[in-house]
Write a protein that binds this ligand. Sequence first.
Ligand SMILES: *Cc1c(COP(=O)(O)O)cnc(C)c1O
Length: 372
Amino acid sequence: MRFDTRLVQIGQEPDHGSGDVVPAIHITTTYERRMQDPLRYFYARGENPTREGLERCLASLEDARFAMVFSSGQSAAATALTLLDPGQRLISSDDVYGGTYNLFRTLGRYDIEVEFVDLTDISALDAALGYDVGMIWIETPTNPLLKVADLAAVHHCVRENGIRIVVDNTLAGPALQQPLRFGADVSLYSTTKSIAGHSDVLGGALVYDDEELHHIFSSYRAAVGNVPGALDCFLVHRGLKTLSLRTARQVSNASQIATELRGLASVGTVNYPGLVDHPQYQVAIKQMSGPGSILSFEYLGDPRELFDKLKLFSCAVSLGGVRSLIERPATMTHAPIPLATRLKLGISDNLIRLSAGIEDPADLVEDLLAAL
Ligand SMILES: *Cc1c(COP(=O)(O)O)cnc(C)c1O
């Protein structure tokens, strides 16, 4: 079965009793026990059929044996971080989601040090390695600068050290990039974004192939209870079915917008991996089947005035949904990052991030051109 068919059918098998073509949502928190029953379902923090349907689908999309879903992307990320032991070092992409940066700050109390490295530079990664590195955390493309790390090259660099590679694949999503195929141990998602796709539910997921990881993640999730509710799993799974259709339209819209922005006097650099002069254009072609729905650019005027003039783009954080959004990382998504670090990374006060939705591209371009 191919990717687009799996999206619609895996984990959504019709119910043989009633004939429902959409499986019922299991809202129960507890399961009746009888002497002769096998011990499969016990309590909803541990197991739930609606959640498991979503997990089977997400695992199958990456040909992985396991997927585990969570109440948010952050709780998926926090669970992945439990693979680190006290005293170990974590090497991370230098340009990460602001919330990830915040989450890393909690690691100090476990004596885990985080080192930010530009992972587009393999020699910088090589120099940062050491016996105490337990994990590499990669965001690619990065957010908001859209830098692309070469996943196979990172894997090649660290493979002999037993270091776990976690890839936050939220921006690209599984339709455009599949990190496990390039040596990653874990693909991480905020399913809140393109997977659910409609900006109406929070969720997270980890996808992986290793049974030992499954043991660690499932025991941890059952212990701390960071599970999504059944209704949320239903919404995420309903959105997931149209992921390929939405992604194709979003990539096409983002590409058109990136091309239009480039010629404008009020616009400086445009960051989008689909532009041939993007520094990692060739890497993007090698590991992604499309350059994504997110781009960023330098606006030479006042960003607040720009946002006020736009009629179709809502000024809001988040990304990957059907509605087009625009935001200013310096004061919104990346506000937690200290000023000096932010400026060093290139996240200036004039940087604007845009998430292309599925609207008619002519309307989106018209709205932007009028405002710019
Ligand atoms: C939104 C986001 C997260 C966090 O996900 P939540 O569902 O909001 O908890 C993590 N990583 C990236 C790249 C994101 O965009």
